[in-house]
Design a protein. Structure first.
Length: 181
């Protein structure tokens, strides 16, 4: 398995996550507005070693096994500062996830990051379909899915850090994605 590459967009650098990112994640991640719509598996309140534990025990081993791909999100104008994370997962109905620090939200940055990793999913990993679950009240994530040509395929109940909400699963196929290009 080839190592996860660094990806670039107009404004962003998506650098493969590494253990050294733990401190920056720990500073940005444990905020209610970031975690409330994430899977209930995210501990809350977030422990002081949560980022280090997650990287060491979950993300980095999954990367090594070739099951997941994780990137830190950084502005080209400030490449030393981690502002979020975006991931691809080889799981049924759960192929992409992300978070972005509140001060960088609503600027189109996650749309750029999502487009880059979706391209990697379809072109490099040669996958046929991308499915993304989300809490229905997460309007920002819903709008991103709509903007990027995804469609809602089903809704069920799901458990999130903020409680039990309807969980939507959005999808785009390789063919649909290629037609948009």
């Amino acid at each position: 398995m080839e190592p996860t590459p660094t990806l670039y967009t107009q404004r962003l650098i998506l650098r493969p996550l590494e253990l050294a990112d733990a401190e920056a994640i720990q500073q940005q991640f444990p905020r209610w507005e970031v975690v409330r719509y994430l899977n209930v598996l995210v501990p809350w309140p977030y422990p002081c070693d949560g980022a280090l534990t997650y990287l060491r025990n979950n993300a980095l081993p999954a990367i090594a096994r070739g099951e997941e791909w994780h990137w830190s999100i950084r502005l080209k104008s400030a490449p030393g500062q981690l502002i979020g994370n975006i991931s691809l997962m080889n799981e049924q109905d759960n192929n992409r996830g992300f978070w972005l620090g509140p001060q960088w939200q609503s600027q189109g940055l996650m749309t750029e990051a999502s487009e880059a990793v979706t391209r990697y999913w379809f072109e490099t990993l040669d996958r046929d379909v991308l499915r993304v679950p989300k809490a229905a009240p997460n309007i920002g994530s819903r709008k991103l899915s709509e903007r990027t040509g995804m469609r809602l395929i089903h809704t069920e109940e799901g458990d999130f850090v903020g409680g039990r909400f309807p969980k939507e699963v959005w999808e785009i196929t390789r063919e649909e994605w290629l037609q948009q290009r």
